[in-house]
Design a protein around this ligand. Structure first.
Ligand SMILES: [Zn+2]
Length: 251
């Protein structure tokens, strides 16, 4: 199993959890999208975090400093396997308006991903057309050799927790994008209808588990153990894969 978007450092007992996941052959991209989370994910590297992503989430865009960008570049240069992100646009947070601070912070990370030859994990709660426009302007394009394997020459946008429609799928394919599906991706009718149009080798699966993951243990009068969290992740990711298989079978 491979979880393409997991906030390992936001889950309880992350170190123990990372060891359990490694023992279960559960691979993942550990997402770190604000400075405190960068530090925590890097501190976990000794327990076998197989890949990380470092970036600046739109929820903190209005607080980002030049020092944050300098640090981000330094981390990415020291971890040559890391992706950039998650970065993007979110209408629930300040600076969402066209040309606003969210767009500026997103654009800089898109340019950084291209410069360093890294895949870019993208968060979009809002307008996919604006995301696509920034990616085009930054210079993302599909590799003529296909996009199933990343190379330094063809970094890929990753539409994380994909929630777009058919036009977002078409535009994403033009950009060589990967589409990371979450259980929520199947809830919206227009997204569910678009999912079968994604080339199979561009589909990934994710839990996006973070500090809210504990909500599924509501009613439990103690913190769930690392083992219980690991089992819940495996179940959730398996559910997403089954939803996808049903969606392409029915299409
Ligand atoms: Zn996330």
């Amino acid at each position: 199993m491979h979880d393409f978007h997991l906030h390992l450092a936001r889950l309880p007992q992350p170190e123990q959890l990372a060891r359990l996941l490694a023992g279960q052959n559960y691979g993942y991209v550990a997402i770190a999208c604000e400075p405190w989370e960068w530090t925590k994910v890097r501190d976990l590297s000794h327990v076998g975090v197989n890949r990380a992503a470092f970036g600046l989430h739109p929820m903190i865009a209005s607080n980002v400093t030049e020092a944050d960008f300098a640090k981000l570049r330094e981390i990415l240069e020291s971890d040559t396997d890391a992706q950039v992100g998650e970065a993007g646009l979110d209408r629930r947070f300040p600076g969402y308006e066209p040309g606003g601070v969210q767009e500026r912070i997103f654009r800089r990370q898109a340019e950084l991903a291209l410069e360093l030859g890294r895949d870019l994990q993208i968060h979009c709660v809002g307008d996919y057309a604006r995301i696509v426009k920034v990616l085009q302007e930054a210079g993302f394009k599909a590799s003529p050799h296909g996009n199933s394997t990343a190379t330094v020459n063809a970094p890929r946008p990753v539409f994380h927790r994909f929630g777009g429609d058919v036009s977002a799928v078409r535009a994403g394919i033009e950009l060589g994008a990967l589409f990371s599906l979450h259980a929520d991706s199947f809830r919206k009718k227009s997204t569910a209808a678009a999912i079968p149009l994604i080339p199979a080798d561009s589909v990934r699966f994710e839990t996006d588990a973070d500090e809210n993951f504990g909500e599924r243990f509501a009613g439990m009068d103690r913190t769930p153990s690392a083992k219980e969290i690991a089992e819940a992740l495996i179940r959730d990711l398996g559910d997403v894969q089954r939803l996808y298989e049903l969606a392409i079978k029915d299409a």
